[in-house]
Write a new protein. Sequence first.
Length: 398
Amino acid sequence: MPQLGESIAEATIVDIKVKPGDEVAVDQEIIDVETNKAVMGVTTPCKGKIEKITAQLKETYPIGSVLGYVEASEADAARFKKQAPPPQTVAEEIPARADQEVKPARQEKVAARDGDGARPGGLPVPATLKGASFVSPRVRARLAELQLTPADLAGITGTGAGNRVTIKDLENFLHKIDNQSAKEASAIRTGVADAMRRSWTRPLSTVGSSVNLDPVLQDRQSRDPKPGPGLYALRALAVALSKNPGAAAKLIGNRVVQSKSIDVGIAVEAEDGIMVPVIRGADKTSLADLATKYKELVELARQRRISPDMQAGGIATVSNFGTFGMQWGTPIPLPDQTLLLGLGVGKKVPFWNEEKKEFVPRTEAQITLSFDHRSIDGGGAGRLLKRVIELLENPNEL
C-alpha cells in the first residue's frame, strides 16, 4: 500500500484488476483503493507476472502493507527495493505525576505482511469524547469499541439521572438499528462527516445579499467555452481576496496564518459525498481556463479520482447550490478554511429602476458568505461579499 497523502493512514480495497499469472507492465494500475477523500489506483513497481494477490476486497489495510507479489527479472527486482515504514511509537494513555515520565509503549511496525493487519473499515479518525463529561466510562468504552462518536448519541433519549444516556439506552438504540435497513457508509461519506464535525467546533456565521446575474449571463454568451455562474463567483472571490488576502487568514492558537497563494476550492458532487478540488492561483486563472479545468474535475469526481493532493491547501471554497434549485443556504467551511461562498439559483424578479421610475425584470440570485468568526468579523465579511457582488455585476473586471 503506497503513501496516498500526508493525512492518509489506510485505505480500503474496492477493486482488484488482475489475477495470478497475468503479465503486467511497469506503473500499471492493478488495484483500486478508497480513502476518505478519493478512489486511487495502486500501480506495479516493475513489469513482470502477478504471482499472488494477498489483499482482500472490502478490507482496510494500513500504509506499507503488502498487497501482493510480482514475479520479475533480477534486473527489475534490483531497481525496486521495498522499504518498510518506520516504526510507530505510541505513548501509553495512562495518567502520570508531574515528576514521572510516561514511558512509550513498545514499538510496532505498521506494515502488514501477506495481508495480515486487515481490519474492517470504520471512521477515518478514532472516536473521542472530549467535552462529553456526562458519558459514563462504560458508555465511553462501548462507543470506542463500536467506533462511534458523541454525535451519534443525539438520537438517543437518555433515561438516566439528569437525562444521561445509560449503557442500556445505548444498547436499545443499537438493537433498533439492527432491525432497520442499513448499509456501510463509504470512506468518502465518513470523510465528509468527519470534516463537518470538526468544522462545527468553530463559531461559524453567515452573511448574505442578492446579486444581479444579468451581466454574468450576457457576458458568458460571448465566451467559448462558456463558464457557469459558479465559476464567475469563484473568479470574483479570488480577485477580491487578491486585494484583501487577510480576509481568508486562519487563526491558529494566537497566530494569524495567511496563505501566499489564492487557492480556491469548488464543491463538486460525487456519488455519495462532496469533493472539493482546489484551483491553484485562482486569481491568476482566466475564466476560460477555469471552465476547462472545471469540466475535467467534474469528470474525475464522477469517477472519484480526485486525489487528496488536489483537495488540499485551499483558503476558501465556492458552492453553487443553485444547481439544485435552492435559493438560499448556509454551507459550512472546511475545517482548514475560513470562508465558503454560496450561490443560489437565479430567478426573474421585479426591480425598481430609479431612472425609468418603473419596475423592470432582472435575473437575481441570493449569495451568501459563511465564515469562521474567530478569524473575520461581520463587517469584514460583509465588505468582502459586497466586493464579490460588484465584480459579478461588472464581469469585464474579471
